[in-house]
Design a binder for this molecule. Structure first.
Ligand SMILES: Nc1ncnc2c1ncn2[C@@H]1O[C@H](COP(=O)(O)OP(=O)(O)OP(=O)(O)O)[C@@H](O)[C@H]1O
Ligand SMILES: [Mg+2]
Length: 240
């Protein structure tokens, strides 16, 4: 059966320039931080940017950005509030502090529902903070948003990169463009990930050191701006 909402989605995203999914094969590699800081950095450069938290079961960008008291406006759909200069959307507006455990089909449903009712303004970039791994959200997005692009985050660990290989392979099969790979939480000078990334035929966008200032900066965008993340992502944003 054709879901009428799916045809509305492209209409809803008509004013959006590029849709960038910040993704990884493994959890805990820094996707949410990279997505949030990348969005802030692009906005600082004068771009119009939206940030959409698609980690429905464990959203975290609202914590990173210190989002409090904001709510979408209901007007022929949902108009995302502007938070720190970003049009910001998250399931957390509705789930609050409660857990939102969702089964596969419900994840797809929530994704389609939110994509079809959210009224983004004219945006240069819509940054998507993805849940970890290759699952329903990844497959649905590729199906629903034809021009989606992926930015892959990994750590220096072989365990994380092994999953990048799989994700990159899948995206290649599906014909989805990958902007490049960011190596996060780097603690040494090893070039392994850089070399392996190039071997996969992907762009190595750069590295972000492990920065002890990050934890104290969570929830405070002014402090976040003083971390290495911002410094490095500013350079990478140029390539994006
Ligand atoms: N460059 C860094 N320096 C120091 N700490 C970092 C850095 N990048 C991420 N972290 C920390 O690592 C943890 C995981 O980061 P984050 O939540 O962004 O990862 P994630 O990939 O979104 O995780 P999940 O897969 O659960 O969504 C957080 O505690 C974050 O503060
Ligand atoms: Mg996350």
């Amino acid at each position: 059966m054709v879901d009428p909402r799916t045809s509305i989605i492209s209409e809803r995203l008509k004013g959006v320039g590029r849709v960038v999914a910040v993704s990884s094969g493994k959890g805990g590699v820094g996707k949410s931080l990279v997505a949030s800081v990348l969005a802030l950095t692009l906005a600082k450069k004068g771009c119009k940017v939206g940030l959409f938290d698609l980690d429905f079961t464990s959203p975290s960008t609202h914590v990173i950005l210190g989002v409090e008291g904001a709510k979408p406006k209901e007007d022929r759909g949902l108009v995302p509030p502007v938070v720190h200069g970003l049009e910001y959307m998250s399931i957390v507006y509705y789930s609050g502090d409660r857990a939102s455990p969702l089964r596969g089909a419900d994840v797809s449903n929530a994704l389609i529902e939110l994509l079809s009712i959210t009224r983004w303004g004219k945006l240069d970039f819509l940054v998507l903070d993805m849940p970890p791994g290759i699952g329903d959200v990844t497959l649905d997005l590729v199906r629903l948003i034809e021009r989606i692009e992926f930015l892959i985050v990994t750590t220096p660990s072989r365990l994380a990169f092994e999953t990048v290989r799989k994700l990159a392979g899948l995206l290649r099969e599906l014909g989805v463009p990958v902007i490049g790979v960011v190596e996060n939480m780097k603690m040494d000078k090893a070039k392994t990930i850089q070399q392996q990334t190039r071997k996969l035929g992907l762009t190595y966008l750069g590295q972000i050191p492990y920065d002890t200032k990050v934890e104290g900066a969570i929830g405070n965008t002014n402090k976040l701006k003083k971390t290495m993340l911002v410094n490095r992502l500013r350079k990478m944003a140029k390539e994006v």
